[in-house]
Structures are given as structure tokens and as C-alpha cells.
Write a protein that binds this ligand. Structure first.
Ligand SMILES: [Fe+2]
Ligand SMILES: [Fe+2]
Length: 135
């Protein structure tokens, strides 16, 4: 069973963002299944890289909308992105150094991180951007 199931409650109603969130859920699930299947460091490293890189692309996409449509909560939201990137990058650094970081705890952290950030922050810009004509 997948670690994260996509739920309609995750929808922000901004299609580019929703598609990227689905892809992020997919990568987290891929990392989780590679971990539980005991895949080697090469595979884990590849998927972990993909997660870090896609997270950066995704946050840049949201921030592009914030700047373009002068989203009032942009500063706080960008700070949250920055903190998340730092947390994931720190995990990645430990992983590359050979530490056993891909544990169930870390996977649960990633799952909660996606869930909490989408529900607690991303959902808030949906109505704002929709009111500016973004779908
Ligand atoms: Fe997001
Ligand atoms: Fe966000």
C-alpha cells in the first residue's frame, strides 16, 4: 500500500500546483517502496535526488504565482518552503554520508510534511489565486 494516498482535500484548485503535488506524492511513495523493498543505495539516491530537485521546482512554481499575483502571505509561505528545503537537504546530506536516514520515521516525516504543508498553507492560496483568475 502506498504511504500517501492522494485525497481530494489536497486540491488547491490551481491545476499546475495540484499536478505537481500529485507528482510529489508519487515520488514520496516511490522512495518509501524502494526503502521497504530494501533497494540499494544507487536506487535510493536517485529517487531521493528526484525528491529534492522536484521539491525545488515545485516551490519555485508556487512562489512564481505569489510574486505575479502579489499574494499577501508570500513572505511567511516562502519562509516555510525555505525551512522544508533545509530539512530535506540535511537528510540528503546525511544519507550521502552513509547514515541510515531512510527509516520509517523519516518517511512518516515526509508524509506529514506534504500533508501539513498542503492543508495548512497551500490550500490558503487557492481561493486567492482563483479570485485573480488562475485555475
Ligand atoms: Fe505545494
Ligand atoms: Fe507551498
Amino acid at each position: 500500500m502506498a504511504l500517501v494516498e492522494w485525497k481530494t482535500v489536497y486540491e488547491t484548485n490551481v491545476s499546475e500546483v495540484d499536478n505537481q503535488h500529485k507528482k510529489l506524492v508519487g515520488i514520496v511513495n516511490e522512495l518509501h517502496s524502494a526503502m521497504i523493498m530494501g533497494k540499494g543505495k544507487d536506487v535510493l539516491s536517485k529517487v531521493f535526488n528526484e525528491l529534492v530537485e522536484y521539491t525545488l521546482i515545485h516551490f519555485a512554481t508556487e512562489e512564481k504565482y505569489f510574486d505575479e499575483y502579489v499574494y499577501p502571505e508570500a513572505d511567511l509561505h516562502k519562509q516555510q518552503h525555505k525551512n522544508l528545503v533545509e530539512q530535506v537537504a540535511a537528510l540528503k546530506t546525511k544519507f550521502e554520508a552513509g547514515e541510515k536516514v531512510l527509516t520509517l520515521d523519516v518517511m512518516n516525516f515526509l508524509r506529514d510534511w506534504l500533508h501539513d504543508h498542503i492543508i495548512g498553507s497551500d490550500k490558503l492560496f487557492g481561493p486567492y489565486l482563483n479570485s485573480k483568475g488562475v485555475k
